[in-house]
Design a protein around this ligand. Structure first.
Ligand code: DMJ
Length: 564
């Protein structure tokens, strides 16, 4: 019975997934797709500018606006401001995308408007994490882009106005960190600081993903307080890990005790892992790499189940919730070798037309209430990274599918609307600012990466680019220094090949005796067929890291699936 169901899935998937060897992605097609994405961006941007600016976000169905900065992360909509008229959130979030799309005129117009009108001296309680990634990150990144002569912006008219705004905002963040543990409050009033009786509950990503933006602000202003505050919080959080190197999802920042011990790689935690890795790239500190390495190994050990990631209790490592949450879709992009997980996310996208917020893996069904798709970027993000890493045209086809779905299901006259229920494709009157900051940007970069040629950027969790500058780097950890910089390879070393080139498991092919180190690799033996698909377990070979035999997944791809 199971075998039949499996075969039917595979047959269905053969129809759903095109064969990449027949890829139609020549340069004309790429250009056509790029233009399609450009149109999407401007349809969203112009509708925001016409119907919502200078308020925070667009309501595309009613063609009106919402001042949503203080609603972000505020599930119960508590302490909403009485007299707050927005901070042009979507415009700030669009700045770096405008530069990537090459629209310097509009970028300059926006910079001018912001420098003359934007103020953070507003009585609004905001979520520190959200305000950091969207507003501070948007401003810091745009400031760097404005001062980069290769962007052909009119340099003379730019007088660091965005940096001045960013520094003002950063100063307003600092009272949140003035706590006995160094862990910040999740909420801060921009005008009055931490409110009386403010909640002490926060999340792992809330206090562990501030280092890129606040670190960049310190490097740009020479004021170390921002980076130190973010670093102290991150270190404290890391010290709270369990003996399994796992963290929970929510905690009390005042006592430093965990509230929710179950966690995964999705909501409430996701960007914590992302920032450890990216902070290492941006600032070069070995510490970040060590933390990331231990945390990553623990994720792979306790959360991973074949291509999927479930949640587990940080104390025992025992599985708790078996569910896909849409935020998890950034993970394959972070790994950049995780084509198997990426394919399963694509499979779910194709099954529903877009990616539902939560999908129960153990029951293979949608979560009864979280059936929405708020125009999230994570799958486009991973698709862009995996295309950059592999140049496999299949990822462009995935990008095309995403673009087509967004245009068919979410495009309305007044912009792009979130989906309330993926089973009915009923729309909702909200276009989140990350649609312009991330979703459109990653899709555009997938089809045209000319912005990245000869430049080395990391993207923040909100998709704002920050350049990797040697001036910001500490000494590089040994692990990242190519061997030929310091010494000539000996004979044994030259004989070593990667698992990918050997196409066999390194543990089988390399003799790990007598001082010789076993080469561990995250890459796997390439799939037998050029379209990466499989019909049977026999086609799948072995996994190079574990040497276990791989099998053919429900979606028809090779991987290390464990039987549930
Ligand atoms: C964005 O604000 C960021 O990507 C964040 O890290 C997670 N959620 C949204 C997009 O889904």
């Amino acid at each position: 019975m199971l075998v039949y169901r499996f075969r039917i899935w595979v047959l269905l998937l053969l129809v759903i997934f095109p064969d990449p060897s027949l890829s139609h992605f020549d340069s004309a097609k790429k250009m056509q797709m790029r233009e399609k994405v450009r149109k999407m961006f401007y349809h969203a941007y112009e509708n925001y500018m016409t119907h919502a600016f200078p308020h925070d976000e667009l309501k595309p169905l009613s063609r009106s606006f919402t001042d949503s900065l203080s609603e972000l992360g505020n599930l119960k909509l508590e302490h909403l401001p009485q007299d707050y008229n927005g901070t042009a959130l979507t415009l700030i979030e669009s700045l770096s995308s405008l530069v990537i799309l090459g629209n310097c005129t509009e970028f300059e117009r926006a910079v001018l408007w912001l420098s003359e009108n934007l103020t953070f001296d507003v009585d609004a309680r905001v979520n520190l994490f959200e305000c950091n990634i969207r507003v501070l990150g948007g401003l810091v990144s745009a400031h760097i882009l404005a001062t980069d002569s290769t962007n052909r912006l009119v340099q003379g008219s730019y007088k660091n106005q965005l940096l001045v705004l960013a520094e003002d905002l950063g100063r307003r963040f600092l009272p949140a960190f003035d706590t006995p543990t160094g862990l910040p409050y999740a909420w801060i009033n921009l005008k009055y600081g931490v409110m009386k009786n403010e909640t002490t509950e926060t999340s792992t990503s809330g206090c562990g993903s501030l280092i890129l933006e606040m670190g960049a602000l310190s490097r740009l202003t020479g004021d170390p307080r921002y980076e130190s505050a973010a670093l102290r919080a991150l270190r404290k959080l890391w010290s709270m890990r369990s003996s399994l190197n796992l963290l929970g999802t929510t905690l009390d920042m005042e006592t430093g005790e965990w509230i929710e011990h179950s966690s995964g790689i999705g909501a409430g935690v996701d960007s914590f892992y992302e920032y450890l890795f990216k902070a290492h790239i941006l600032f070069g500190k070995e510490d970040f790499w060590r933390m990331f390495h231990s945390a990553y190994l623990a994720v792979q050990k306790y959360f991973r189940h074949g291509p999927w990631y479930h949640e587990a209790d940080m104390r025992t490592g025992k599985a708790t919730y078996w569910q896909l949450t849409s935020l998890q879709a950034f993970w394959p992009g972070l790994q950049a070798t995780a084509n198997t997980s990426h394919r399963e996310f694509v499979y779910v996208w194709k099954k529903f037309g877009v990616l539902p917020e939560r999908y129960l893996l153990d029951h293979q069904m949608l979560h009864p209430t979280e059936k929405y798709y708020p125009l999230r970027p994570e799958l486009a993000e991973s698709t862009f990274y995996l295309y950059q890493a592999t140049k496999d045209p299949w990822y462009m086809e995935v990008g095309e599918t995403i673009v087509n779905s967004l245009n068919s299901y979410t495009k309305v006259e007044g912009g792009f609307a979130s989906i309330r229920d993926v089973t009915t494709m009923q729309t909702e009157d909200h276009m989140h600012s990350f649609f312009l900051a991330e979703t459109c940007k990653y899709l555009y970069l997938l089809f045209d990466d000319s912005f990245l040629v000869d430049r080395n950027y990391i993207f923040t969790t909100e998709g704002h680019p920050l350049p990797v500058l040697s001036a910001w780097q500490e000494r590089l950890p040994e692990i990242y220094i190519p061997s030929n910089w310091t010494y000539v390879k000996d004979e044994k070393q030259t004989k070593r090949s990667s698992a990918m080139s050997l196409q066999v498991c390194p543990a089988l092919s390399l003799n790990a005796g007598h001082g010789e180190q076993l080469v561990e690799s995250a890459c796997h033996v390439p799939d037998a067929r050029s379209d990466h698909k499989c019909f049977s377990d026999e086609e799948c070979g072995v996994d190079s890291a574990s040497c276990r035999r791989r099998s053919c997944s429900m979606a028809g791809y090779c991987g290390l699936w464990l039987v549930v």
